[in-house]
Design a protein around this ligand. Structure first.
Ligand code: S3P
Length: 430
């Protein structure tokens, strides 16, 4: 794909968009549906490359899937009847598939090899390998990077484990393995992270007890098939929240967005920056959802610290963009996890936005963003998603407030989480 010429300064964003299904929740629905007894119906499953990595992996283990209109039906197989795959499990770009499946498949009595694309092969796996080894799993790996081979496992031990990084992927991998252990497992989470695994397990009849920052997981593997309605992805809605706030004379409504409090850091931080939102049609479908209306507003700088980070980790590129347009400066700390996302987001966000005239300083664990800096290029400029979906979409929003000619390299990265991003953009530009 060549570079994509981006729409720059000059049009407004108006209208209503229905958000695609939440990526985190879609992965979990496919995984748990796969190991439940009976058929699980998933409504509004995200159709994207990352979720397809999970579906393909489970198909390779003998699970069958079928579409009924827009719904995906998962013909569940119990954990005990999954079959040895004939091939290596290719996780492609998907960290969530790789890490959660290592936990889910920890006790399979055969060898499994996980591989990924060049981005995923640079990302750390010691964070899941270490606790799973403590539970009795053996792995073969070089430098704790993919490819990783998990050896046949007969028994899993319960453990007590304090998460060294605030990561829902690691927490979820341990929970999924702990359900299959011989004893109780306790997971201590110093900073709360997204609780979609816990909520989704409850929908399949499995309860994980939480006492303050401890999760107590009892052995239990009988999941009952169910119907899951996947909420719209707040991480996808976030592009439009920022776009409407920053592009003058905009007014957007985003329908059926998941507003789980472990994911709404973007709303809290923008509120702190002076923004206000209208919420309507609030209801709970296993997860809380709402319609969110947002209009153009003036923002001011803020401070973001470690406790904010897990609630908006994937929206950080957008907060940095918002901060470039806010009155005053913004300091973001406690975000060193950004180095190990689909790209090193501290580096990629800083380099690419600074090409548009932003004034951002990269820090070891975050950013210092100089506020109220008009974005402007004097000659045709190519910005690069760096193969990272979230960086690519944030840059497409940044272009909307840039004067001059801008195009985006590797725009197809959007297919990882939001394949109809550019179609939605066209629909609301007026
Ligand atoms: C995810 C958790 C987060 C997030 C990722 C999805 C999940 O990763 O960045 O996009 O579905 O559990 P970490 O748990 O590694 O922070």
């Amino acid at each position: 794909m060549g570079n994509l010429k981006l729409q720059t300064m000059g049009r407004h964003l108006r209208g209503t968009l229905i958000m695609p299904g939440d990526k985190s929740i879609s992965h979990r629905a496919v995984m748990l549906g796969s190991i439940a007894s009976g058929d699980t119906r998933i409504h509004n499953l995200l159709d994207s490359q990352d979720v397809n990595s999970t579906i393909t992996a489970m198909s390779n283990l003998g699970v069958t899937f079928e579409y009924d209109g827009a719904d995906l039906i998962v013909h569940g197989k119990s954990l005990a009847t999954l079959t040895e795959p004939k091939q290596v499990l290719n996780m492609e770009n998907s960290g969530t598939s790789a890490r959660l499946l290592m936990g889910l498949l920890a006790k399979q009595p055969f060898t499994l090899t996980f591989r990924g694309d060049s981005s995923l092969s640079k990302r750390p796996f010691a964070r899941v390998i270490k606790p799973l080894m403590a539970m009795g799993v053996s792995f073969v790996t070089k430098n704790d990077r993919l490819p990783v081979t998990k050896l046949a496992t007969k028994k899993l031990k319960g453990i007590s484990y304090e998460l060294p990084v605030a990561s829902a992927q690691v927490k979820s991998a341990i929970i999924l393995a702990a359900l299959q252990a011989d004893e109780t497992t306790t997971i201590i989470e110093p900073i709360p992270t997204r609780d979609h695994t816990e909520r989704m397990l409850a929908s399949f009849g499995i309860s994980v007890k939480r006492v303050e920052n401890r999760m107590i997981v009892e052995p239990q593997t009988h999941l009952i098939a169910t119907t899951i309605q996947v909420p719209g992805d707040i991480s996808s809605a976030a592009y439009w929240l920022i776009a409407a706030l920053l592009v003058p004379d905009s007014d957007l409504t985003l329908k059926q967005v998941g507003v789980n409090p472990t994911r709404t850091g973007i709303i809290s931080i923008l509120t702190r920056m002076g923004a206000s939102f209208e919420f309507a049609a609030e209801q709970t479908i296993g997860e809380p959802i709402a319609d969110i209306r947002v209009q153009s507003q003036t923002l001011h700088g803020t401070t973001v610290t470690a406790t904010d980070v897990p609630t908006m980790i994937d929206e950080m590129p957008l907060i940095v963009l918002a901060a470039t347009q806010a009155k005053g400066d913004t300091l973001i700390t406690g975000a060193s996890e950004l180095h190990v996302k689909e790209s090193d987001r501290i580096a990629t966000v800083t380099t690419q936005l600074n090409k548009l005239g932003a004034h951002i300083e990269a820090k070891e664990d975050g950013f210092y963003v100089h506020g109220d800096t008009p974005l402007h290029v004097t000659k045709p400029t190519v910005i690069d998603s760096c193969g990272d979906h979230r960086v690519g979409m944030m840059l497409a929003i940044a272009a909307l407030i840039t004067t001059g000619e801008v195009s985006l390299a590797r725009a197809d990265a959007v297919n990882i989480s939001y394949p109809k991003f550019f179609k939605d953009l066209d629909e609301v530009l007026s």
